[in-house]
Design a protein around this ligand. Structure first.
Ligand SMILES: CC(C)(COP(=O)(O)OP(=O)(O)OC[C@H]1O[C@@H](n2cnc3c(N)ncnc32)[C@H](O)[C@@H]1OP(=O)(O)O)[C@@H](O)C(=O)NCCC(=O)NCCS
Length: 372
């Protein structure tokens, strides 16, 4: 019988990303994540994941222009937003909006590779606008239209917070987008590929991916990590908090990983960013609490932080509300999800695993009046 949770089962061949869990390494198309986090912009990473090579100058200009031109969302989605902003959580808004966006995509139900590339880039371009619009609307603030003059991540912060961010803050957000952009066969990507394998459309596959990411054992962990930092409140309370939680058999959110047996390579970058952004904003409290929790969890449980742990303090200090942290993961992951969907279409066979039947056998139907 396969191990519960399909650990180590190979579900697809991919050229998009790769992990070495033992040594804590992650590559996109063969490029080390640390190299990309240090040197590439998110736009370059989007191109890389979609095309499996880094763009030259012209290619980068073209993809950037396309993303900028596609930032606006349709009137239909704008009209839907007041209800969603009032009635739903940010992840539910995103899931519903992506599903609804299929109605007005200029490529309609065209499932050609060219149409799917455009659909992928439109999802990357428009989902930040949706999220910012949602936040402004639910807090009664004026909607900030996309600014075509600034890059993807900077524009998102500007639309969200109502003012253009500093170059440093924009760069930090851009790097987090790169870190979140793809991660092999995680639950949401697998979900997207399963849906794509039935030859269902891009919007359906991404709607399913968002639904899978929503859970606290996957994307929801960065929000839970932030709530934990707030609950702990100061570094000296970390040890007691962790001990108490572990004694009650509760997980420490943002720690442990299904694949990494050592520190998640994205977490090492985020830890540095958490400190840097904290120093720059004169608010090191969240970094210090995080660092202490990390020490205590390592000491008591031998677990390292994953991507979601230090992302929480980075986003918090950038001014991002806690319940937008998972949807931000989603808008960054849009690059990877859509690349995986396109890759699945290219060499498809419907994904249909087997199961081990463990229920009773040889039962005889009993009429309802004779049942106890
Ligand atoms: C990521 C995660 C789902 C991986 O799960 P997994 O590979 O199935 O590992 P398991 O949940 O089976 O955990 C294995 C052991 O480590 C423990 N463990 C794993 N993560 C833990 C955590 N965050 N806090 C406390 N204990 C943890 C489990 O309790 C289990 O201990 P046991 O063998 O004594 O029962 C898991 O580590 C987790 O739930 N982490 C918290 C949520 C999170 O941060 N998710 C984001 C992932 S990027």
């Amino acid at each position: 019988m396969t191990e519960k949770g399909l650990r180590e089962v190979v579900a697809a061949a991919t050229s998009i990303s790769d992990i070495d869990g033992t040594h804590g390494r992650l590559w996109y198309v063969g490029y080390d994540i640390h190299d990309l986090a240090e040197n590439a912009t998110y736009e370059e990473v989007v191109y890389l994941l979609q095309n499996l090579h880094l763009p030259n100058r012209q290619e980068l200009e073209d993809v950037t222009d396309f993303l900028v031109q596609e930032r606006e969302v349709s009137r239909f989605l704008q009209d839907l937003m007041p209800t969603l902003a009032q009635q739903t959580s940010p992840m539910s808004m995103l899931r519903t909006s992506v599903s609804a966006a299929s109605a007005y995509d200029p490529d309609g139900w065209d499932n050609s590779p060219e149409a799917n590339e455009r659909k992928a880039l439109r999802l990357v371009a428009k989902t930040p606008t949706l999220l910012a619009m949602y936040q402004r609307m639910r807090t009664g603030q004026e909607i900030v239209p996309p600014n075509p003059k600034i890059p993807h991540a900077a524009n998102f912060l500007a639309m969200l917070l109502g003012e253009e961010p500093s170059q440093e803050d924009a760069d930090v957000l851009d790097t987090t987008f790169t870190l979140y952009a793809d991660h092999t066969m995680n639950a949401s990507t697998f979900t997207a590929r399963i849906i794509a394998s039935t030859l269902s459309d891009m919007f359906s596959a991404i709607t399913g991916a968002i639904a899978a990411l929503k859970g606290p054992l996957h994307g929801g962990a960065n929000e839970e990590a932030m709530k934990m930092l707030e609950e702990v409140g100061s570094p000296d309370r970390a040890a007691a908090y962790v001990r108490d939680r572990l004694a009650r058999k509760q997980k420490i959110m943002g720690f442990g990983h299904a694949v990494y047996k050592t520190m998640d390579p994205r977490a090492t970058v985020l830890k540095r960013l958490s400190r840097e952004v904290g120093e720059r904003h004169g608010d090191l409290r969240w970094y210090e609490i995080s660092e202490r929790i990390e020490e205590v969890v390592m000491h008591q449980k031998g677990l390292s932080p994953n991507v979601d742990f230090y992302a929480a303090s980075v986003y918090h200090v950038l001014g991002i509300p806690t319940d937008l942290m998972t949807p931000i993961f989603a808008i960054a992951r849009m690059a990877g999800w859509t690349a995986h969907v396109r890759e699945q279409y290219e060499d498809n066979r419907v994904i249909r695993p087997d199961s081990d039947y463990i229920g009773p056998r040889h039962q005889q139907y009993v009429p309802i009046e004779q049942r106890g």
